[in-house]
Design a binder for this molecule. Structure first.
Ligand code: AR6
Length: 170
C-alpha cells in the first residue's frame, strides 16, 4: 500500500487533509512543538473540546473537530517518550499510527496527514521512527481501502530525508 503514502515538507497546520494528526501528550491539553502549533492555529475551541476527553494513553488516539483549521478533524495521539528502546517504544509508536488510521477510517476521513510522531521533544531516534511509521502505515492501509492518501508532513529537511529513505526501502 506504499502507493498511497507521500512524504512532503511543510507545516501541518496548513494542511487541507480530512484529518491531521497531533503528536500530543497524555493530558491532551496542549504543549510545545507541533501540538502547540496546532492548538494555536485551531483556536481555543480545540482546547475546550480536548478538556472533555479525559486524556489519552500513549499509543492510543482520540479525535476532535478541526475548528479554525482547514482540516475537518484533529486526531490526537501521545507518542512514546524514548528511554532506551527496551520499554516498548517501537511497539507503542506503531500503535499510534494504527490507532490514528483506525479512527480516521471510522470517521470517514479519506486523507490523513501525520507529523513525525515522537522525534522531537520525545527523542525517538529519527531513522527508526521513520521505518516504523512507513511500514505500519503501509500495513494498516491494507485494512482501510477508504483511506486514499496518507502524507508524512516533515518540518525540516533531515526529517523529510529520513522518511523518504524509509519509504524507498519498503
Ligand atoms: N508541522 C509539522 N511538523 C512540525 C510542526 C508543524 N507545524 N512543528 C513541529 N513539527 P514534537 P514529540 C515537527 O516535539 O516528539 C509537545 O510538547 C518537529 O520538528 O512536536 O512527539 C507535546 O505536547 C518534529 O519533527 O513532538 C508533547 O509533550 C515533530 O513535529 C511532546 O511535545 C514532532 O516533534 C511530544 O513530543
Amino acid at each position: 500500500m506504499k502507493e498511497r503514502i507521500e512524504i512532503i515538507s511543510g507545516d501541518i497546520t496548513q494542511s487541507d487533509a480530512d484529518a491531521i494528526v497531533n503528536a500530543a501528550n497524555c493530558s491532551l491539553l496542549g504543549g510545545g512543538g507541533v501540538d502547540g502549533a496546532i492548538h494555536m492555529a485551531a483556536g481555543p475551541e480545540l482546547l475546550a473540546e480536548c478538556r472533555t476527553l479525559d486524556g489519552c494513553r500513549t499509543g492510543e488516539a482520540k479525535i476532535t473537530g478541526g475548528y479554525r483549521l482547514k482540516a475537518k478533524h484533529v486526531i490526537h495521539t501521545p507518542g512514546p517518550r524514548w528511554r532506551d528502546g527496551t520499554h516498548g517504544e517501537p511497539e507503542l509508536l506503531a500503535s499510534c499510527y494504527r490507532s490514528c488510521l483506525r479512527l480516521a477510517a471510522e470517521n470517514g476521513c479519506a486523507t490523513v496527514d501525520f507529523p513525525s510522531i515522537s522525534t522531537g521533544v520525545y527523542h525517538f531516534p529519527l531513522d527508526r521512527a521513520a521505518e516504523i511509521a512507513v511500514r505500519t502505515i503501509a500495513e494498516t492501509l491494507e485494512q482501510y481501502p477508504s483511506i486514499t492518501r496518507v502524507r508524512m508532513v516533515c518540518f525540516d529537511s533531515r526529517t523529510q530525508r529520513a522518511y523518504a529513505d524509509a519509504l524507498a526501502a519498503l
